[in-house]
Design a protein around this ligand. Structure first.
Ligand code: FAD
Ligand code: NAP
Length: 437
């Protein structure tokens, strides 16, 4: 065997997969280690389930990465200080550089009273649930008749899409801390739910907040027009769900009944203040309550604090003076052999294309770092033995091929567009894996 650089990429979402490809194409020996059995990350388990063309297109690209001969895939293995293997375990196996692309798996709780009530959820858990990611696929969620979704991004619209088109709840209220001019969602995603939008309520809401917008030189009618841009391509509604917005409001507490079931959310009204060329929401002390049985926070996520890398705000700490900046960006953790990319570098930011570019650029930094080292003969036997000693079913790329074929056949048998096993046990059984340690 010729000497090669030996690297581990942790997390097989878009950033990890395309990052791994970049390194493998340079000739490195790549270990791709993934918490989930299947690769894909949020492309598999976040993107709305009915986007079959997009998801299948991405899966095709991911398969090409998985087929690279100098890449080994191990799924169903969690890395980190509380995981199956630590970063030091990887170093002890001879790994020369580690690229962390584990996404943003932490939950951004706001610390409000009542966050533990039944009916209060974070969007990530729900999107994992409806995309069949174990163990979220097994969790019970309570979707009441009146649901509030906090946030004004595409994830808020995905949750609204689910509540209006699948759960067919009575009402979805998007609660937005800033105003109609600061929405983050895109026209395309609004097309799924705009037929459920109560336009009279939108007009009344725009009229209510217009003076606050005008005070910071915003045009309420221009914002209204942007929100309604999706109308010409509106998908006909399939429920009577009433979708409406409450702008300039922040949740301050969640109120439950004697059985700890959510019954109300208390909001504080905000005004807008100008700050560094942008606006900020500022509470004005006026509080009011809405009757709701479900609240979903769709406010972005943060990185996993238990992973073991230092954290600042919602992200892993980056070396502010990188040795190998790419396009002016630091992909370096405070540890010289550990790099971060994708949503692990910038939590909840950007589409798959952005994660792909970020993972690739992170790998460019890793590659430059490796040029300061000598290639080695990777001890793949030691890796395989270590993995076997974990005493749990670890999934390889051949197993994934088998699983995919079984799920495709099952979908055909059932006349479904797509079939996914809901538990790891079912997947392990389908692949015929046994633990032999
Ligand atoms: C609800 C939702 C819908 C979206 N819809 C779209 C869309 O329609 N179109 C679009 O372009 N973009 C969409 N995005 C954005 C897109 O999904 C992200 O940009 C992209 O997936 C981020 O890639 P990533 O690789 O950084 O992280 P992720 O995709 O989160 O991948 C992280 C990977 O790391 C693994 N992992 C986590 N922790 C560990 C650990 N400790 N050890 C080992 N492995 C670990 C996970 O198993 C996962 O495979 C959506 C995002 C969300 C949240
Ligand atoms: N179909 C798609 O293409 C698709 C689907 C889903 C997700 N995505 C992508 O995935 C990324 C993440 O999406 P996202 O919707 O999670 O994030 P996002 O676009 O950043 O939106 C987050 C929303 O939450 C609000 N928010 C943040 N912190 C808050 C707080 N403490 N209190 C109240 N509101 C708060 C934000 O308001 P402020 O603006 O005031 O901060 C914003 O409205 C985005 O790049 C998105 O485009 C794409």
């Amino acid at each position: 065997m010729t000497n090669q650089f030996f690297v581990a990429v942790i997390g097989a979402g878009p950033a990890g997969l395309f990052g791994a490809r970049e390194l493998a194409n340079h000739g490195a020996r790549v270990l791709l280690l993934n918490r989930d059995i299947k690769p894909g990350g949020l492309a598999e388990y976040g993107i709305y389930p009915n986007k079959h063309i997009m998801k299948n297109g991405l899966r095709k690209q991911f398969r090409q990465v998985m087929d690279l001969p100098n890449l080994d895939y191990y799924g169903n293995i969690t890395i980190g200080s509380q995981g199956d293997l630590t970063l030091d375990d990887l170093r002890a196996l001879g790994v020369q550089a580690i690229l962390v692309t584990v996404g943003a798996q932490g939950t951004k709780w706001l610390g409000l009273p009542g966050e533990d009530l039944v009916g209060v959820y974070h969007a990530k858990d729900i999107v994992y649930y409806y995309n069949h990611l174990p163990p979220f696929s097994q969790r019970t969620f309570y979707f009441g008749k009146r649901c509030a979704v906090i946030g004004a991004g595409n994830v808020m619209l995905d949750i609204t899409h689910f509540l209006a088109r699948e759960k067919k709840v009575d009402e979805v209220i998007a609660i937005v801390r800033r105003g109609p001019a600061e929405i983050k969602f895109e026209k395309k995603e609004m097309e799924y739910v705009i037929d459920n939008l109560d336009q009279a309520a939108l007009d009344a809401e725009i009229q209510r907040v217009a003076p606050i917008m005008q005070a910071v030189h915003q045009d309420p009618q221009a914002a209204r027009a942007t929100i309604l841009e999706a109308l010409p391509k509106a998908l006909p509604k399939v429920s009577d769900t009433r979708f409406r917005f409450e702008f300039l409001a922040s949740p301050v507490q969640l109120i439950g009944d004697e059985n700890s079931n959510l019954k109300q959310v208390e909001l504080e009204d905000n005004i807008l203040v100008e700050a560094n060329g942008d606006t900020k929401a500022r509470g004005i002390g006026n509080k009011r309550r809405l009757d709701v049985e479900t609240v979903v926070f769709a406010i972005g996520d943060k990185v996993d604090a238990s992973f073991g890398l230092p954290i600042e705000w919602n992200e892993f700490v980056k070396n502010p003076n990188p040795h190998f900046p790419i396009e002016g960006i630091s992909y370096e953790s405070p540890f010289e052999d550990v790099f971060v990319g994708g949503w692990s570098r910038q939590a909840s930011t950007g589409l798959v294309g952005y994660a792909r570019k970020d993972g690739t650029n992170a790998s460019k930094a890793v590659w430059q770092y490796l040029q300061t080292k000598q290639p080695i003969e990777p001890n793949l036997k030691a890796v395989a033995e270590k993995i076997k000693s974990l005493n749990k079913p670890i999934v390889t790329k051949d197993d994934i091929k088998k699983l995919e074929a079984i799920e495709i056949a099952e979908a055909q048998k059932r006349g479904m567009e797509e079939f996914k096993f809901d538990t790891n046990d079912d997947m392990v059984q389908a692949m015929g894996l046994t633990v032999t340690a």
